[in-house]
Design a protein around this ligand. Sequence first.
Ligand code: HEM
Length: 391
Amino acid sequence: MSVAAAFPVGAATTLAELTVNPHPRLALLREHEPVSWLPELGGWLVTRRDLALDVMRDARTFTVDDPRFSTAQVVGPSMLSLDGEQHTRHREPFNAPFRPRQVHDGFAAFIEGETGRLVDTLEPAGAAELRRAFAGPLAVAVVTEALGLVGTTAQTVLAWYDTIVRSVSEITAGRDAGTEGPAAYAQLRTAVEGTIADRHSSSLLVSAADRLQPPEVASNAAVMMFGGIETTEAMITNALLQLLRHPDQLALVQADFDLLDGAIEESLRLEPGALVVDRYATRDIELGPAAIREGDPVTVSLAGANRDPAVFADPDRFDVRRPNARLQLAFAHGPHHCIAAHLARLETRIALRQLLQRLPGLRLDPERPATPEGLVFRKPPTLHVRWDRPA
Ligand code: HEM
């Protein structure tokens, strides 16, 4: 029997469906084919939480270190695209600044200030599209601050980011990277080298340069830029959308802001900003019902794992008081667990608290509905809201 015939639910799954409304299909896959072959994906998809953990914990068998990895083709090898000792060598120099205490001390005041500035600008209008007017600019500002590139503005970082993303997307679609992406990356590399050379700079890139070569620091700076913009914009937008769609849950948070963290975890569980992580099998291996062959692509569905009813009761419900919401896997797991998870959580917490406290009666704009979409990164294209203007 062919592999497609052995996995009929996978064979009937389209990428279009996974882009628009993935959750019913992921539930079907998880129940019948928790590791399934998807012809449209050209690889395996893992949707059960325990099997997702097995894959992400075992980097020897399921590696990111493969020439097909599109990001590495543009920005070179980094912690995101290496495994084993090389991964440790690239990641270790960046660990300290992202620990909870350091994140709080280093970023809370900056994030409060930037958020305050953005809300000041929005407040008088009584209406806004919060993804582009709020979540995106905040995400860019925080990444720019985190990288601490000497003489580089948030606008420049955003321009590099857009260009490099376009180039990576071209490669993912099987086309040539073009020249603009590599040119933008060369400018980023020059800025990184300038920062490293400036011994007065307190950038985390300077201390990383004690243990990594400048081009290696630049590659890791690029993946931090990647990791920190699209996903954080999604995390903030999705969390707002979940709360505004569930007025009863929003009222609980408004009455007790200690529940905000639960709301954020629950949103990460239901709509993780990054839906999937990609791995490649380094040997033949049985995983659940699947006989995976060396070289096969293995995609872990974080969205599928996050609604596994074996772990999360009534998994489709948004419940800010869910006791085990923190078992969600939106930041992945194992050696590649998001290095900046604490920073992203802090940023989202400050952003949501200020919006909810400063914009009275914040609500979705009924005339312009927001619907999340996306195959890899998922969020609503727009989030139109209204609030009561000050008299
Ligand atoms: C300031 C914000 C962020 C920065 C700077 C950042 C940076 C990074 C970096 C450098 C990695 C690679 C770690 C490694 O491979 O060892 C990573 C991994 C990851 N991040 Fe983040 N990230 C941020 C926010 C987020 C958010 C908001 C999400 C999702 C909601 C997210 C999801 C992930 C996931 C799923 C991985 C694992 C990728 C994989 O295993 O293939 N990140 N992040």
